[in-house]
Design a protein around this ligand. Structure first.
Ligand SMILES: Cc1ncc(COP(=O)(O)O)c(C=O)c1O
Length: 300
């Protein structure tokens, strides 16, 4: 049973809104939050197909890469990550996410940003099949129908008391699972970490219900972009509530929720459940970047 942590803040009392955080981050330090949910049925399927090799895609600091490597190691499955950025082949050992994934047995292929684009991925996959034989393919971010099925298990019967369920959005798999599992009277609010516009289509592939919305104003300039205000918000929050947030996903979602509460977006008496989707391993890599930019560091 995952804890729903109640948040105590003056703004919540003032607006008569309650906020709880579902601590999916506590499932595991690396296979945390939505990663555990997404990998669960995919690993069952991989075994059912008699395969022992998994190939997936990810960026340099990807939580999905970190989790897949760890889970593969645990389950005796060979993992190979196709990583965005050729330049990383010379410096990947300085990258905490890739270094940890390698220590969990993941092999890498570093490819150019052009070759990495979704439209070109089949070329990479075909070449890889020639080279290493058959494998189980898991798309970027771990999102596919089985991942969505796993994410449907984030919500339990007891969560039906909430009016709003919120989550961060990357590839759309997590929100799709929540939409499928929620009751019709609940509203699912997604906070995209990306500036781009393609998410609606991706989410619609997996859902039929229409009780959901994306709040697009809280990406802070785009994927993995942060500023002084966000870093200070995350540090203050984790100290005050003993609740760490990551800067790419959950930090932006909670910042957005608090901002919306302040702007009377929610009616008095609204009960909000925000899903903590994990991703805390990414803080180490982000701190390397913040240090170079002379910005305050995230506390760990
Ligand atoms: C910690 C964390 N939260 C949220 C997301 C977004 O989930 P999804 O890609 O299913 O939209 C990701 C990326 O997959 C993530 O790593």
């Amino acid at each position: 049973m995952i804890l729903n942590q109640k948040i105590d803040l003056p703004i919540l009392n003032k607006k008569d809104v309650s906020l709880y955080i579902k601590r999916e981050d506590l499932i595991h330090p690396l296979i945390s939050g939505n990663k555990f949910r997404k990998l669960k049925y995919n690993l069952v399927q991989l075994k059912a197909q008699g395969k022992n090799q998994l190939v997936t895609f990810g960026g340099a600091y990807s939580n999905h890469i970190a989790a897949t490597a760890y889970a593969g190691n645990l389950k005796g499955v060979k993992t190979l990550g196709i990583i965005r950025g050729e330049e990383l082949q010379y410096i990947w050992k300085e990258n905490p996410t890739l270094e940890k994934a390698a220590s969990n047995g993941m092999q890498f292929r570093f490819v150019s940003r052009e070759a990495y684009k979704a439209a070109h991925r089949h070329v990479l996959l075909e070449a890889l099949r020639e080279e290493i034989g058959d494998f189980y393919y898991l798309p970027e971010g771990g999102t596919n129908a089985l991942a969505v099925r796993g994410c449907e298990e984030i919500l339990t019967k007891d969560d039906s008391e909430f009016d709003i369920i919120s989550c961060p959005v990357g590839t759309g798999g997590t929100i799709a699972g929540l939409i499928n599992a929620a009751s019709p009277q609940q509203m699912i609010l997604g906070f995209p970490a990306l500036k781009e516009d393609f998410l609606m289509e991706d989410i619609c592939k997996f859902v039929e219900n229409s009780n959901w919305k994306l709040c697009r104003e809280y990406h802070f300039g785009g994927y993995a972009k942060v500023n002084h205000e966000l870093v200070c918000f995350i540090n203050e929050w984790s100290e005050k509530h003993a609740l760490p947030l990551d800067p790419v996903y959950t930090g932006k979602m909670i910042f957005g929720l608090i901002d919306l509460i302040g702007k009377d977006y929610f009616k008095p008496k609204t009960k909000i459940l925000a899903i903590h989707t994990g991703g805390l391993q990414g803080i180490h890599g982000m701190n390397q970047y913040l240090q170079k930019k002379n910005l305050p560091l995230l506390s760990i």
